[in-house]
Design a protein around this ligand. Structure first.
Ligand SMILES: [Zn+2]
Length: 116
C-alpha cells in the first residue's frame, strides 16, 4: 500500500526529530577536555566552543519545537495549512521542509519584516 503524503510527512518529521535529538545529545555529553586546561588561549577557545555549542543547541531546540509543532498539526488534521493565513502550503515546500508552518507568501512577509 502506498503511503499517503501525510504518512510520508510524519515519517520525515520523525526522522528529522531523531536526527536533531541525537545532535542535541552529542552536544550535551561533550565534557571539557582536561588537556586544554592550563593555557589561556586554550581556555579562550574552549569558551568559544562552548558558546558555539550553546548557539547550535538553541538553534537545534527551535528546530525540534518546529518539528513537534508540525507533528501536532498532523494529529490535529491541520498539517500543510499555513498557520498565518490558513491557505494550503505548496506540496513542494512541504517536501523540502516538512516542518514548515507557513506558506511561502507568509514566510516571505515574515522575513521581510525581520530585515526591515
Ligand atoms: Zn500563509
Amino acid at each position: 500500500m502506498k503511503p499517503t503524503p501525510l504518512e510520508l510527512a510524519r515519517t520525515a518529521l520523525l526522522e528529522e526529530r531523531a536526527r536533531l535529538m541525537a545532535e542535541q545529545e552529542e552536544m550535551t555529553i561533550q565534557a571539557p577536555d582536561p588537556m586544554t586546561y592550563g593555557s589561556q588561549a586554550a581556555a579562550a577557545s574552549q569558551v568559544f566552543a562552548q558558546q558555539r555549542d550553546l548557539a547550535l543547541r538553541e538553534h537545534n531546540q527551535l528546530l525540534i519545537e518546529a518539528v513537534d509543532a508540525a507533528l501536532g498539526r498532523i494529529d490535529a488534521g491541520t498539517y500543510g495549512i499555513c498557520i498565518t493565513c490558513g491557505q494550503p502550503i505548496a506540496a513542494a515546500r512541504l517536501e523540502a521542509l516538512p516542518a514548515a508552518a507557513h506558506c511561502i507568501e507568509c514566510q516571505k512577509k515574515a522575513a521581510a519584516g525581520r530585515h526591515r
